[in-house]
Design a protein around this ligand. Sequence first.
Ligand code: NAG
Ligand code: NAG
Ligand code: NAG
Ligand code: NAG
Ligand code: NAG
Ligand code: NAG
Length: 551
Amino acid sequence: MSPATVVLVLLSLVGLSAVRAEDPYLYFTWNVTYGTIAPLGVPQQGILINGQFPGPNINSTTNNNIVINVFNHLDQPFLLSWNGIQQRKNSWQDGMYGTNCPIPPGKNFTYHFQVKDQIGSFFYFPSMGMHKAAGGFGGLRINSRLLIPVPFDPPADDFTVLIGDWYAKDHSVLARLLDAGRSIGRPAGVLINGKTGKDTTGKDEAPLFTVEAGKTYRYRICNVGLKTSLNFRIQSHKMKLVEMDGSHTVQNVYDSLDVHAGQCYSVLVTADKTPRDYYMVASTRFLKDTQTSTAIIRYAGSTTPPSTVLPDGPVGWAWSFNQWRTFRWNLTASAARPNPQGSYHYGSINITRTIKLLNTRTIVGGKVRYAINGVSHTDPETPLKLAEYFNITDKVFKYNLVGDVPPATDAAVTVAPNVMTAEYRTFIEIIFENPEKTVQSYHLDGYSFFPVGMGPGKWSTDSRRTYNLLDAVSRHTIQVYPKSWTAIMLTFDNAGMWNLRSEIWEKHYLGQQLYISVLSPARSIRDEYNIPDNVLRCGAVTNLPLPPPYA
Ligand SMILES: *[C@@H]1O[C@H](CO)[C@@H](O)[C@H](O)[C@H]1NC(C)=O
Ligand SMILES: *[C@@H]1O[C@H](CO)[C@@H](O)[C@H](O)[C@H]1NC(C)=O
Ligand SMILES: *[C@@H]1O[C@H](CO)[C@@H](O)[C@H](O)[C@H]1NC(C)=O
Ligand SMILES: *[C@@H]1O[C@H](CO)[C@@H](O)[C@H](O)[C@H]1NC(C)=O
Ligand SMILES: *[C@@H]1O[C@H](CO)[C@@H](O)[C@H](O)[C@H]1NC(C)=O
Ligand SMILES: *[C@@H]1O[C@H](CO)[C@@H](O)[C@H](O)[C@H]1NC(C)=O
């Protein structure tokens, strides 16, 4: 039996005579422990899940119920979050400090959520502190249901490729550096599924994947790193892009792909070259000293090592920007339901509100903080969602310290919980402006959104004329190039408390994030699930009586 024991409950009996097919359940028990790992040849403290680094893959199907009992054997509070899983009506399971009390050391918490109406490639990661720098992440895929057409033939196999920058320091050391107002600096290397591809003597590791000549394989590539944009490519092979962040794309062919922090892509690759070994390559983008890692794809039976000549990565920002412009949603492909995606015409919905968010770096009390529109987020001891539910927000945080437009540049930065409200079911345009010299990557929990435009300099209302209002790819993480803007649009139709964050993890840690509170005025289970029975309590809500459940 695999360490993650999977139990499928296909039917449940409801009432006396009615038999209703319920969506299947997948059950997991995960032990989270420290363990020594040495991905760069230097022993360091890793975070393991059931002894594994990276953690186990979750292989699910649309609408599956996922039940994961997580035992925290670390010496610190712990949470897992599910990157790109929308948690519809269910921010109770989102696993960010704004929504969940952390699992105390020695305790456990059972996540219970449904991967409702989603397909595609995702990952989970530990959301507290700098835990992500130690591992604790893994792939999470959602297969289409049997009767839902997929816009390509079933691949011969389906591989998860987690790429990310890596630091040789323990997560607590990195956190201490940031707490002291220092930087974590540049990464020490790049990993592909936890490895650089070379052992300590510089020899190639065993092949990561084996393929058969003539067959086509799906590779799900996610950037699980702390901050660095990476370029991914395979020697001599073209990649056909089929999915990103949970949406089927127009199937363009690429030699390489830029994957920014927090993003996932699926490509199809046919093993149609001379049978031998080939390198896959992940290399850093936009850094002075490029870091590169490899992993071997072996044609079954090959004894020929890969060519030592690695394909060059692209250079410069313009290449990356131009690649983004080629990404298109496949409007006729099915998503999680058989209806065509294009029946949703986001371009013809009236915008009710425009929010412009500017990321800045400032010094507060002699230390670096990162802010959005002049507010640098801190997590109060009581999770925001629980404060809201127990009706004690006045003791915990203030709504809307942050405004819809950036403050004047000389305004002082406020360090406080950063919570913005959005009216339920409104259609909103968000402009991200990045005045800094480094790339930014934003992720929004609870939703996918349409990145409709990007451009250099500052956004203006004229920029709207460049928007793609037809077939932008609906996704959950989007880059903002240096001294540039990115515009997204979405409907706030998922009630809950949702983290909007920089995926540049030191910036996230030092305040570049906010929560969007989307309240359904009805307090109805039609719009939001009730607080789970096993909810962990902490801070000001520890001993409060439970409010009456939603009706
Ligand atoms: C988790 O750890 C407990 C002991 O703490 C052990 O009994 C159990 O088998 C472990 N489970 C897995 C899945 O590793
Ligand atoms: C994942 O799940 C699908 C659908 O249930 C199944 O066909 C496939 O074999 C599974 N893959 C792995 C690697 O377990
Ligand atoms: C902790 O695990 C036990 C089973 O070992 C389970 O009954 C309990 O519900 C879990 N606690 C939480 C808070 O989920
Ligand atoms: C989009 O999906 C449809 C339906 O599965 C498929 O036939 C078509 O080839 C796809 N189009 C492109 C451009 O990838
Ligand atoms: C959108 O706004 C335009 C102009 O203000 C108006 O004519 C139109 O009826 C609106 N459409 C919807 C669907 O509300
Ligand atoms: C929440 O608390 C305020 C006082 O702080 C009270 O006026 C209000 O009625 C409460 N709302 C609910 C839904 O209990």
